[in-house]
Design a protein around this ligand. Structure first.
Ligand SMILES: [Zn+2]
Ligand SMILES: [Zn+2]
Length: 263
């Protein structure tokens, strides 16, 4: 029996596209299932994957860009109409808790209509939490730092973005979500990982590949690249050739929507 499966529900970047959905990933470690990010059309993708409303043990939102949360409200409308029964915890940046609650009310998804409670819990640096039997550790990234420098005065907020380590007793997976630079990958790789899911829009490919290759053999079991920016995606074959040349025997894959990796 496999230890874990990872399913890419949406592998696009921040731009609207006709081939790729936006960021949404399903991690199943043993009997626990976690949905990481809710880019649209996550509801349809979950349905297509045969995931029932009560199957999800928890939801984690890495940051509030729409390509990561745009499908969340439809997902909750679906949970209302399908009458999900199990209480659900949504882990998200603290600055999102009140706006998301307000938007649910504005969209008439009232708690009185739901068959389950929705609990919103702020992500905190290094503060691990459990989703079923999966231990999740959030690490802040610099993804929104430039925006904060430009707009933080006019739009006061923390501009929080997180990457994650997901683990149980026999599997350890790292997920970059959106980063601001290579230094954001460091806390994910302090220990060996079976799988690194890594974005490729906010870092230079040659620098990323060199950084990954710089780890001891076996430290990273395999790498799955996602969130490729449009120019990188447009030259996918070139990107694959560049990765293969740089990474050598480090197993790696460029994800398409629907891809499943079994560990
Ligand atoms: Zn993104
Ligand atoms: Zn983003």
């Amino acid at each position: 029996m496999s230890k874990a499966t990872f399913q890419a529900l949406g592998t696009g970047d921040g731009w609207a596209g006709d081939r790729r959905g936006h960021s949404a990933f399903l991690f199943t470690l043993k009997n626990s299932t976690l949905l990481l990010d809710c880019g649209e059309p996550v509801s349809r993708r979950l349905r297509a994957a045969g995931v029932q409303p009560d199957d999800l043990d928890g939801i984690v939102l890495s940051h509030l860009h729409c390509d990561h949360v745009g499908g969340f409200f439809m997902l909750m409308q679906g949970f209302w109409l399908d009458q999900r029964n199990r209480d659900l915890t949504i882990h998200l940046p603290a600055e999102g808790v009140e706006p998301v609650r307000r938007m649910l009310d504005a969209a008439y998804i009232f708690e009185e209509l739901m068959a389950c409670a929705l609990n919103f819990t702020p992500l905190q640096e290094g503060a691990s939490f459990e989703v079923g039997s999966i231990t999740v550790t959030p690490h802040p990234t610099t993804h929104l730092d430039q925006l904060k420098a430009s707009f933080g005065e006019k739009y006061p907020a923390d501009f929080e973005a997180f990457s994650f380590v997901l683990e149980n007793e026999d599997t350890r997976v790292a997920h970059s979500a959106d980063i601001g630079g290579l230094e954001d990958l460091k806390p994910l790789l302090t220990q060996p990982v079976d799988l690194l899911v890594c974005e490729l829009a906010h870092v230079e490919p040659d620098e990323l590949f060199a950084y990954l290759k710089d780890h001891p053999a076996g430290h990273i079991g395999q790498v799955a690249f996602t969130h490729l920016s449009r120019p990188y995606r447009a030259d996918l074959e070139g990107m694959q050739a560049q990765a293969t040349a740089a990474l050598g025997d480090l197993p790696h894959k460029f994800l398409n929507d629907g891809d499943v990796i079994t560990l």
